[in-house]
Design a protein around this ligand. Structure first.
Ligand SMILES: C[S@@+](CC[C@H](N)C(=O)[O-])C[C@H]1O[C@@H](n2cnc3c(N)ncnc32)[C@H](O)[C@@H]1O
Length: 212
């Protein structure tokens, strides 16, 4: 039987070479970057965060780690026990939790981070954005890193393949470029506040609007 995607993902966190195969082709998991210190693009995101910050799908925790190190209240959540362990090893706060499950302080987060394509989590970007709308406060912020291709807009599942031949079962995923996000955000309770691009990465800042 093919392994669960989490098992192959965790082998990548432990150092195995793994590619994600989906609508963008075969893309190597950027575990070295996720485990490193924040880069210039990350710093732009971090500078815009309004506390407290919830980093959804925090991986090894470089963003939540940098926020905590600056004294900013921030929590990472991730379904991967290994990711949570690696985040905690940095001295940062993390919980093993799926974003679809109950999360502490729902409705009171200043910012939700969806970095590194995490808008793809669950394969239903509208459902994930609506979930984020419930997580942030009435005027909260969601910082979404959109796909490098501004025209990307699909919900094709991913399979994870390791260099030693393991191929995971498909996992739900989505790719959302800046154009699709600009259309989707207003239908989920947000206005697009800002969009910036640096080193082929694009981030959009979405501000929650009060429900009438
Ligand atoms: C592309 S990686 C993100 C890496 C991370 N943002 C970083 O900077 O290191 C996606 C992460 O989302 C997590 N994830 C997947 N589904 C999730 C869910 N339903 N709830 C929370 N985290 C999830 C994965 O375990 C993985 O760590």
């Amino acid at each position: 039987m093919r392994p669960h995607p989490l098992a192959v993902y965790e082998s990548a966190l432990d150092g195995a070479a793994v590619v994600a195969v989906g609508s963008a082709g075969a893309v190597a998991l950027a575990v070295a970057r996720w485990s490193d210190e924040p880069d210039d693009v990350d710093h732009l995101m971090l500078a815009r965060c309004e506390a407290p910050v919830l980093d959804v799908g925090c991986g090894p925790g470089r963003l939540v780690g940098a926020l905590n190190a600056r004294g900013v209240p921030a929590l990472g959540i991730d379904v991967s026990p290994r990711a949570v362990e690696q985040t905690r090893r940095r001295g940062a706060m993390a919980l093993r939790r799926a974003v679809e499950q109950p999360v502490p302080a729902e409705g009171r987060w200043g910012t939700v981070l969806l970095a590194d394509g995490n808008i793809g989590i669950g394969g239903d970007p509208a459902a994930l954005l609506r979930r984020c709308r419930l997580l942030v406060g009435p005027r909260g912020l969601v910082l979404v890193e959109t796909d490098a291709d501004p025209d990307a807009d699909d919900t094709e599942p991913l399979t994870l393949r390791s260099a030693d031949g393991h191929v995971s079962r498909p996992m739900p995923w989505a790719r959302v470029g800046a154009r699709a996000m600009a259309v989707l955000a207003p239908t989920c309770g947000f206005i697009v506040l800002e969009q910036w691009q640096l080193k082929a990465r694009t981030v959009m800042a979405l501000r929650a609007v009060e429900r009438s």
